[in-house]
Design a protein around this ligand. Structure first.
Ligand SMILES: [Cu+2]
Length: 464
């Protein structure tokens, strides 16, 4: 295995992101396929990855709020895939969840996605079929929806954080795919971090420049603890939803799939850094050079609001409890098997209640939601269109979870909580979240620690 410490001494090249200007007339063509990427240090061979258009991250898709995105998925992989447009309050049929909202797209086949992005902000796209493997191999890309009138800044930088499991030869560790140890513990944690598919890249900036940093956690399961040095930064959005600007003080946390938008003024003379984790590991750098910006910008940094319904009606809400059971040392006695996948394949769902060992050994299921392991035949709850939904999330186990709701943004039912699409639920923690179920369809709700999802932590709800 590559050792992170090796990265501490590695110099890095200046990095640039691939960009795609989206022509309104022609649909974009996105081809997930095999490719090569220099993920490791210079003395380690390139890594065989799967990427959109063969690169990691995939091309940045950038449109204006309210514009239509047309994208043809052209599957160049040897296994079926889909594209999920994470965090977009999208039309249900375009949500990209294999078996729930569409058939998986077979190798060599295509699927046309077409949607209008209602909200401006930082989003991303990734597969929703065998996600635990396809994302670990590099399938993800940024989806940036621009405000009509953004606040003033000099530079807009997207930072996609990942955490790979690589061998000394630079290869992705394939043997541990499907490891029940990972699935029942913290998920697939990596040994090699990258930002935008590069080890510790440096981004050129100038002193006094104002940056907009869009940080996305693309790791399968790692919760990232981050810190910015050499900048004066404010949080302006979480998961694509603007918040009252808040000065960044010390570390900030990004669970898998979460995003944060920062507006940051470069105050350092030589170099600014983003630091990750307890080891003070250097995730990426900002090389300060050239002539300084004469005067720092002092304009307001708040983002314009998005058209999200926020008027919760807790009295008339549909209320549900979702209890997470299972995992190593979780004490789960038994569970039923959801059966959704079997029914989708035209097989008879497995009936009966099974003990935890049988579930793990015979069915690769190690987690349950409300005593059901894997997607259930019936939705967790049904809401009338426009009704408020309240979900009490209870984690009885020892592992954190990153709970993601599709098609909607929600917030904790405590004053001043931000609107998000993914929330970190700590060990033995309970959180109550609420949202207005105004997007009709069948929506997935799952843990975004992808091994947990694969191991049983997935359910769905229906909005009429
Ligand atoms: Cu989880």
């Amino acid at each position: 295995m590559l050792n992170r410490r090796k990265a501490l001494v590695t110099g890095a090249a200046l990095a640039a992101m691939p960009r795609v200007a989206l022509a309104k007339s022609a649909p974009l063509r996105i081809k997930p396929q095999a490719g090569m990427a220099r993920l490791g240090p210079p003395d380690v061979p390139k890594t065989a990855i799967w990427g959109y258009d063969g690169q990691v991250p995939g091309p940045e898709i950038r449109v204006k709020q309210g514009d239509e995105v047309r994208a043809t998925l052209d599957n160049g992989l040897k296994q079926p895939t889909t594209i999920h447009w994470h965090g977009i309050r999208i039309e249900n049929a375009m949500d990209g969840v294999a078996a729930l909202t569409q058939d998986p797209v077979e190798p060599g086949a295509t699927f046309d996605y077409r949607f209008t992005a209602p909200d401006a902000g930082t989003f991303w796209y990734h597969p929703h079929n065998r996600t635990w493997e396809q994302m670990a191999r590099g399938l993800y890309g940024p989806l940036i929806i621009e405000e009509a009138e953004p606040p003033a800044y000099d530079r807009d930088i997207t930072l996609m954080l990942d955490d790979w499991r690589l061998g000394e030869d630079g290869r992705i560790d394939e043997e541990s795919f499907g490891s029940m140890r990972d699935w029942s513990h913290a998920g697939r944690l990596g040994n090699w971090p990258t930002v935008n598919g590069a080890p510790q890249p440096d981004y050129p900036v100038k002193r006094n420049e104002r940056l907009r940093l869009r940080i996305i956690n693309c790791a399968n399961a790692s919760v990232q603890v981050l810190r910015l040095d050499g900048m004066d930064a404010r949080v302006v959005a979480y998961d694509g939803m603007p918040v009252e600007p808040l000065a960044l003080d010390g570390t900030f946390i990004l669970a898998p799939a979460q995003r944060v938008d920062l507006i940051a003024d470069v105050t350092a003379d030589e170099g600014a850094l983003m630091i990750a984790g307890r080891e003070n590991f250097r995730a990426c750098g900002f090389k300060v050079g050239g002539e300084a910006r004469g005067k720092p910008l002092t304009d307001p940094v708040a983002l314009p609001p998005n058209p999200l319904s926020t008027d919760l009606d807790l009295k008339e809400a549909v209320r549900t409890t979702l209890t997470v059971g299972g995992g190593a040392m979780g004490g789960m006695a038994d569970a039923r098997i959801g059966g959704f996948g079997a029914a989708y394949r035209g097989e008879d769902p497995v009936a009966g209640v099974f003990d935890a060992r049988t579930l793990a050994v015979e069915h690769d299921l190690v987690w349950a939601l409300n005593g059901v392991a894997g997607m259930p035949l019936e939705p967790l709850f049904k809401a009338e269109r426009g009704q408020t939904a309240v979900v009490r999330l209870i984690n009885e186990g020892r592992w954190p979870h990153a709970m993601h709701f599709h098609g909607h943004h929600f917030r904790e039912v405590t004053e001043g909580s931000p609107w998000r699409d993914t929330i970190l639920l700590g060990p033995r923690e309970t959180k109550e979240v609420a949202f207005i179920a105004d997007n009709p369809g069948r929506w997935m709700l799952h843990c975004h620690m992808l091994e947990h999802q694969a191991g049983g932590m997935g359910t769905w709800f229906e909005v009429g």
